[in-house]
Write a protein that binds this ligand. Structure first.
Ligand code: ATP
Ligand code: MG
Length: 196
């Protein structure tokens, strides 16, 4: 028997909406760390962004499902959408923990810089290896000692959900910044049309 440990990447986010930066980060992490699968975990209630979130959890999840269709090893996860209450990473990692499985928490450098504000941060440390996904020129380390950390450099794609929402609110194109199926679904569902 060979090595049967299943290596699972977890990329959490608000995904409001999902864009190509998220997909490149997930795919590059999968290749760079030889992960079997990367789960794009949609925050049901992103408590730190509560006043900024625009689309419903159901819409954000549906868009991620469309975005990962046809990309090898990338999957949408509804685990936080189905759970009640604030989305806490340690709760999610705990739920994903299983014998023979190793978890890799994928975080952009901006997300790592914000980690000291997390709920259950100490528990997070024992549940997964943190993979700091750095866009060319960035560097970040989790706060405190004792973390298992890997660093991965990916190309800088200067796209954010904020930029996508802003473009849609001002009737500017999002083609190329967002997967074509996602562009279509955003239009069909009438999302992000109000200026904020
Ligand atoms: P917002 O503009 O609303 O802050 P966002 O584009 O940053 O949204 P999030 O859902 O907040 O998207 O991000 C989820 C994860 O994806 C975070 O770990 C973040 O660092 C990472 N990420 C966001 N944008 C990019 C990008 N362009 N390239 C690589 N990783 C990204
Ligand atoms: Mg962000």
């Amino acid at each position: 028997m060979g090595d049967t440990t299943e290596r699972i990447g977890v990329l959490g986010g608000t995904f409001d909406p999902v864009h190509i930066g998220h997909l490149v980060a997930a795919a590059d992490a999968r290749a760079g760390l030889k992960l079997d699968r990367v789960l794009l975990v949609v925050a049901g209630d992103p408590w730190q962004k509560r006043t900024q979130v625009v689309a419903s959890a159901a819409d954000r999840l549906a868009l991620v499902e469309l975005a990962v269709e046809g990309i090898d090893g990338l999957e949408a996860s509804s685990i936080e959408v189905e759970r009640d209450g604030a989305s806490v990473t340690a709760d999610t990692l705990e739920e994903l923990t299983a014998p023979g499985r190793e978890l890799f928490l994928l975080l952009g450098a901006d997300a790592v810089s914000n980690m000291s504000t997390w709920k259950r941060l100490d528990d997070t440390r024992s549940l997964a290896t943190v993979v700091v996904v750095e866009r060319a020129g960035e560097h970040a380390e989790p706060p405190g000692d004792g973390w298992c950390v890997e660093h991965l450099t990916i190309p800088r794609l200067d796209v954010s959900s904020t930029e996508i929402r802003d473009r849609l609110a001002h009737d500017r194109p999002i083609d190329g910044l967002v997967a074509p199926e996602v562009v279509r679904a955003i239009r069909e569902r009438g999302l992000y049309t109000d200026p904020r």
